[in-house]
Design a protein around this ligand. Structure first.
Ligand code: ADE
Length: 418
């Protein structure tokens, strides 16, 4: 079996951590048990490009239990947990191509290895595999029955492909499931981004001014957790409705041009390019910390920061101190890549349980239904989404009420008023 990981000697440590994550993934465990009996993915070649974490390992083990022939590469050069990659190879015979800190050339060679495995199903986080297959190896498209996509940025890319009429096979947008974005994007990003900032810098959050760029589900999660730790939170937005929501959620809302004057810690979570630019670095306070928790490393204009600086040095792991020409220092975390996955371990297992339950069940759905689907981006079927919420609540020991027949009738009627 071919693979490319840092060292198989790390495998036993990885196994312990994968097992630890599994305890917090009861929904995925139930799916795995059923998959092991029913083998709904029997013989299907699955090419997966995801962050190689303990949670992803549990998903890969689940797909394999369902009969899939799985190959995995990293969806970000800095997010790989090398011990996890090693354990998947050594203990589960899953070919993995991922090394933390790999350069861009290696990153793309790993994606090529996934494509070379001739996947029939793709599972992406950011749509890199889908996009490269379409751009460089369109001949492969005819072998592919469908795919799934994990994240907002990937779904935006795929919808653009659908709109341009070039999408070559159906894809389920896992991100659109309620049990994904309402929990993973919000509570996962909120906690893990703070975790990344704290592990990288060990700064006290209380009393700091934290500037959150973007008030989508990730930004909302980031803002509420920073506030909960005692930060003054400023939100910047381009969307009027989201900005209004942030105002009414109790945050100060202003333009980035204003925010840079008072911010201590800046976090970009917009999914767009050039959110923090030269004109912003020029006005930031000495010692400001800047980081990104959006999918790609394009939100912070690092070339502009370099251009304004006379010196750059690493002051701690994942912290680069840029000294500007006037002597002010700006600290960039994790090279502008996802700080939560680079400097910490990504979202905790308990939220990834729901995201990856959606992935596993969407893969099963795709295998069953792809022949009835068009070359479009589809939502996760509602019954899958609701079932995941039900199972998650059950695993937490939470019971809820059910509508009485009278209430069902009332909701379905239009005649009754005051
Ligand atoms: N994305 C964010 N957190 C993650 C995790 N723990 N595993 C895989 N993908 C993630």
């Amino acid at each position: 079996m071919k693979y490319h990981v840092k060292s198989l000697k790390l495998a036993d440590e990885g196994k312990k951590r994968i097992d630890w994550a599994e305890r917090e993934m009861p929904v995925l465990r139930l799916i795995r048990e059923r998959f092991a009996k029913e083998k709904p993915l029997r013989g299907v070649k699955a090419g997966c490009c995801l962050h190689v974490t303990t949670e992803t390992a549990n998903l890969m083990i689940t797909l394999k239990a369902g009969g899939a022939l799985v190959t995995l590469c990293a969806s970000n050069p800095l997010s790989t947990q090398d011990d996890v990659a090693a354990s998947l190879v050594k203990h589960h015979n899953i070919p993995v191509y991922a090394i933390k800190g790999e350069d861009n050339k290696t990153y793309y060679s790993h994606i090529q290895a996934i494509i070379a495995s001739k996947p029939q199903l793709t599972m992406d986080d950011g749509a890199d595999v889908v996009s490269i297959i379409h751009k460089e190896q369109p001949d492969r498209l005819k072998e592919i029955i469908g795919g799934t996509e994990e994240t907002t940025t990937g779904v935006i890319r795929l919808r653009a492909m659908e709109k341009d009429g070039v999408l070559g096979y159906p894809i389920v947008s896992v991100n659109d499931a309620d049990t994904k974005h309402l929990f993973d994007n919000r509570y996962g990003t909120g906690q893990s981004t703070l975790d990344g900032i704290i592990r990288a810098t060990n700064v006290l959050i209380a009393g700091k001014t934290v500037v959150v760029a973007g008030y989508g589900w990730c930004g909302r999660g980031m803002a509420i957790r920073a506030k909960g730790m005692g930060a003054h939170v400023i939100v910047t937005e381009v969307d009027h409705t989201k900005a209004l929501e942030a105002v009414m959620d109790g945050y100060m809302v202003c333009s980035m041009a204003q925010a840079v004057k008072t911010g201590d810690i800046f976090v970009t979570l917009t999914g767009d390019i050039g959110v923090l630019r030269g004109e912003h670095f020029e006005k930031m306070k000495d010692g400001a910390i800047v980081c990104n928790s959006g999918h790609f490393n394009v939100e912070i204009d690092i070339p502009a920061l370099k251009k304004l600086s006379k010196n750059v040095r690493e002051v701690r792991a994942f912290v680069e101190e840029y000294t500007l020409k006037d002597g002010r220092k700006i600290n960039l975390l994790a090279d502008g890549r996802l700080v939560n996955l680079a400097a910490a371990e990504g979202h905790p297992a308990s939220v990834m349980d729901m995201s990856f339950a959606n992935q596993a069940l969407s893969a099963e759905y795709m295998v069953k239904e792809s022949k009835n689907l068009q070359k479009k981006v589809y939502p996760v079927p509602k019954d899958i989404d609701v079932e995941i919420a039900r199972l998650k609540l059950k695993s937490m020991g939470v019971t809820i009420d059910a509508l009485s027949p009278e209430q069902v009738k009332y909701l379905a009627s239009w005649q009754e008023g005051t």
